[in-house]
Design a protein around this ligand. Structure first.
Ligand code: 5AD
Ligand code: SF4
Length: 457
């Protein structure tokens, strides 16, 4: 038992990693607000710190320990510290042993029980909860509070794919879809709170399935079509998808649902069939390219995005060159690329043929040069298009605003606007990571009118 501490009044949640972690971090903050705590003021030390951790790539664990160390005060005491997220799930016991300052370890499926854990930690207990009953978490969380113009909505969690490099199936558990009705209700609340764009999240979001309001079993496209009926919701996005779960219905939705934005993040990881087999990806380059062709068949302007891993154990220079060739052939609008990181407990970590770090560095740089080239080309071919931009925040210059095009490009404009406006913009100049836009009409269109005008070109 540790010393008793007065109940915390203020908190800070620090989230690392993917968008699902950001979503979880927001939900934890809402839960703490509902429990009577308030966010600590900027620069002030909070009574409670939640480190919402990520385990997907290297050094994540070391980062957690150094963060914990940094929270120590001069007199050797610390605020109440909770370690949440995937590192908590994977290494909970070890954290408790190695970091005595940590009072709570809470896994991604258990954070709805934080208030009770905080009470127990205040009594001097050290509490670990890494149970995985995914369904109850969402039921137990408070309603969504005020949100910005774009919001995340987790619709699916977990993964059954077991790619040989990946910890997600172990830290997030099996694939689980949240019920249709709960999601429509949460989306309605988000829209009511000010969101006009919702990004549906899931580790394998396109594996989502549920029963719609008529009792029919539907896939993600069914959910998207239902959400598209919310009058004040202007844009729908989803991420991250697996090629094997890209159903014909979902592809068709890209051609039919105006509010579904022309953007698809579809990780492929490697351009070599041998590497894909070793990764247990269960798709080939041919099947992946066929899929992209189908999607482009219904939505020719779709922006494609992907994830790539360089230096998977045994990856030869020739196999790496196949990945570069794939990137050039597809013409991605953007992509994320990572050096392979051996994750303890995953099958690939035990392969003998691990690649030297210097080789990985070199391959990552070369790959990113191809991605940047493709991205600039994609941005350049957007110049001259007129589209809607959803304004998300102010820019650095006076009168400047930043927003997103339908293709998820960052667009900056100068003129009259406000956060949450959907405005008609002509894209006039392309850069590596953004575009400059020019307002087409001075007055922002009322949202519904601007939706009716559409964005296709
Ligand atoms: N090493 C490097 N990258 C990884 N990813 C997942 N696991 C690893 C790993 N062990 C990448 C994949 C995945 C993205 C979310 O993170 O590209 O799509
Ligand atoms: Fe990890 Fe593969 Fe599942 Fe994606 S599909 S979360 S990379 S195991």
């Amino acid at each position: 038992m540790m010393a008793k501490t007065p109940p915390p009044q203020t908190y800070r949640v620090k989230s690392f990693g993917c968008q699902m972690n950001v979503y979880d971090g927001e939900r934890m903050a809402e839960l703490l607000d509902a429990t009577g705590l308030s966010p600590a003021a900027e620069g002030a030390e909070p009574d409670l710190v939640v480190l919402n951790t990520c385990h997907i790539r290297e050094k994540a664990v070391e980062k957690v320990y150094s963060d914990i160390g940094r929270l120590k005060r001069e007199d050797g005491t610390s605020p109440l510290i909770a370690v949440a997220g995937c590192v908590a799930q994977a290494e909970g016991e070890e954290i408790m042993t190695r970091a005595p300052a940590v009072r709570m370890v809470v896994g991604p499926q258990a954070y709805h029980r934080l208030p009770d854990m905080i009470t127990r930690a205040g009594m001097g207990e050290r509490v670990t909860d890494t149970d995985m009953p995914a369904q109850t978490k969402f039921d137990a969380l408070p309603a969504r509070r005020k949100v910005g113009p774009t919001a995340f909505l987790t619709v699916q969690e977990g993964c059954d794919k077991f790619c040989t490099y990946c910890v997600v199936p172990y830290t997030r558990g099996a694939e689980i879809s949240r019920p249709f009705h709960d999601l429509v209700a949460e989306a309605e609340r988000l829209v009511g709170a000010g969101a006009c764009e919702i990004t549906l999240l899931g580790q394998n979001v396109n594996a989502w399935t549920g029963e719609d309001d008529k009792g029919r079993t539907v896939g993600l496209d069914g959910l998207i079509r239902a959400l598209a009926r919310l009058p004040d919701l202007a844009r729908i996005r989803y991420t991250t998808s697996h090629p094997n779960d890209m159903s014909d219905g979902l592809i068709a939705a890209h051609g039919e649902v105006e509010k579904l934005m022309p953007f698809l993040h579809l990780p492929v990881q490697s351009g070599s069939d041998r590497v894909l087999r070793a990764m247990n990806r269960s798709h080939t380059i041919e099947s992946y390219l066929k899929l992209l062709e189908k999607v482009r068949g219904v939505r020719h302007d779709i922006a494609l995005s992907g994830d790539f891993i360089v230096g998977f154990p045994g990856e030869t220079e020739a196999e790496f060159a196949e990945t570069l060739a794939l990137i050039d052939a597809v013409g991605y609008a953007q992509a994320f690329s990572f050096k392979y990181s051996a994750r303890p407990g995953t099958p690939a970590a035990d392969l003998a043929s691990q690649i030297m770090p210097a080789v990985m560095d070199d391959r990552l740089q070369r790959l990113q040069a191809h991605v940047n080239h493709g991205q600039l080309a994609f941005n350049r071919q957007s110049v001259g298009r007129t589209c809607q931009v959803l304004i998300e925040r102010r820019g650095k210059l006076p009168g400047q605003w930043l927003g997103k095009s339908p293709w998820l490009q960052s667009v900056h404009i100068i003129g009259e606007a406000a956060i949450g406006d959907l405005i008609e913009v002509e894209l006039v100049e392309a850069f590596a990571n953004s575009l400059a836009g020019r307002l087409v009409c001075a007055e922002p269109l009322p949202r519904r009118l601007s939706q009716a005008i559409g964005t296709r070109k």
